[in-house]
Design a protein around this ligand. Structure first.
Ligand code: KIV
Ligand code: ZN
Length: 396
């Protein structure tokens, strides 16, 4: 970490926003395993659950609070006394605890969903934050649907909850509607207009409905945010949340444009992602940035040739930086001779020019019928070429 870079707090909500998405629910032992991996990864805050939502959520939060000691453990609560009390109970064993209380502030949510007035909303937020402060000094308030809220009203709410003791102000883009330039202006405006804004850390929580969650989170940081809420593999409601691994690596790779640091130990990103897919049985898309199967794989001949000469031609970070296997040159019908030869050498075969031409021909031909060609296929091809046999029909 460099001296002059600002530090961005990583608030991981894989176990709360991520876990509440269809197909991603985890039982208590799975949540605990995941929380331990997140601790090792270096996240600052783990949102362990929404204790009032179910006894299992409360138990998972309690287990995480009991067994995961370094990060702050957060629990979600609506701005209701029963929610805050339940969150407080679940967090009781935590070394360091945060109550995260939230209420929507947009007129759409107030009128259509909650059927309460702005004044009632303001009152409930302040009352909830004061109650949470009786449990812990670390209280986060989230204004659900903040980016679609009336700015004057949002400023009043933010000022009120900071005065009531909120130490982190999270302004979510709940429905993934914002654009990067807009969300940067949004945070700059709220921080400029709220008189006591300097008493709290501002936080972004961006959803991915337009595929902009990571871009919006980075823009929010440029607008003064110092906490990002994100999830492993970007899981979360609907299209998901901002992906932790993408944010961390954007800071790491683009220090020239994004001079910020996080506490994340990036070589553990891939194994943490894999653990989540194992626990939830939900695969990551092959071309997912950073942790997808293809994120560092090269099949096209021109790319493979470039990679073999200097990996910087087609890679902006090293696979090892994120815990992925290095040099993934996939053999298939798009491969080039250079890569086929290199793989043969790795397997211990030094091929003559004629042998290489024949092996290459067979790899490309077999690749018409196969997604990829593995080491055993290649061994068979080399053996048959050397035995002088036709192989493309017989290698299956
Ligand atoms: O998306 C959202 O607004 C939320 C809040 C509860 C923080 O998840
Ligand atoms: Zn959310």
């Amino acid at each position: 970490m460099s001296q002059q870079n600002a530090r961005v707090i990583i608030f991981d909500t894989t176990l709360r926003d991520g876990e509440q998405a269809p197909g991603f629910s985890m039982d208590v032992p799975s949540k605990l395993k995941m929380a331990m991996a997140l601790e090792e990864l270096g996240v600052d805050i783990i949102e362990a659950g929404f204790p009032i939502a179910s006894p299992a959520d409360a138990e998972a939060t309690r287990q995480v609070a009991m067994q995961v000691r370094r990060p702050v453990i957060a629990a979600l609560a609506r701005c209701r006394p029963a929610d805050i009390d339940e969150a407080a109970r679940a967090l009781e064993p935590a070394e360091r605890k945060r109550i995260h209380t939230f209420l929507a502030t947009s007129d759409l949510h107030l009128e259509k969903k909650l059927r309460i007035t702005r004044e009632a909303c303001l009152d409930a937020t302040v009352t909830a934050v004061k109650r949470a402060r009786q449990v812990t000094d670390d209280v986060e308030f989230s204004a659900e649907d903040a980016t679609r809220s009336d700015r004057d009203f949002l400023c009043r709410v933010v000022e009120g909850v900071i005065a009531a003791g909120a130490t982190t102000i999270n302004l979510p883009d709940t429905v993934g509607y914002a654009t990067p330039d807009e969300i940067r202006d949004f945070f700059e405006e709220i921080r400029r207009r709220v008189p006591n804004a300097d008493k709290a850390i501002f936080s972004a929580h961006c959803h991915d409905d337009l595929g902009l969650a990571v871009a919006n989170s980075l823009a929010a940081v440029q607008g003064g945010v110092r906490q990002i809420e994100c999830t492993i593999n970007g899981i979360g409601e609907r299209a998901g949340n901002a992906s932790l691994e993408e944010i961390v690596m954007a800071f790491r790779v683009r220090q020239d444009r994004l001079p910020y640091d996080t506490s994340i130990h990036s070589p553990l990103l891939y194994s943490t992602s894999q653990l989540l897919t194992d626990l939830t049985a939900e695969a990551v898309q092959a071309n997912k940035a950073i942790v997808g199967r293809n994120a560092f794989a090269h099949e096209a001949g021109i790319h493979q040739d470039g990679m073999l000469k200097d990996s910087r031609t087609y890679e902006i970070m090293k696979p090892a930086d994120v815990g992925q296997t290095p040099e993934q040159l996939v053999l298939g019908r798009h491969s080039g001779r250079h890569a086929v030869n290199r793989r043969c050498e790795t397997l211990g075969f030094g091929l003559s020019a004629d042998e290489l031409a024949a092996v290459y021909h067979e790899v490309v031909t077999l690749g018409e019928h196969r997604k990829s060609i593995g080491d055993n296929d290649l061994r068979r091809i080399v053996a048959r070429v050397r035995a002088g046999q036709e192989v493309s029909q017989s290698t299956h």
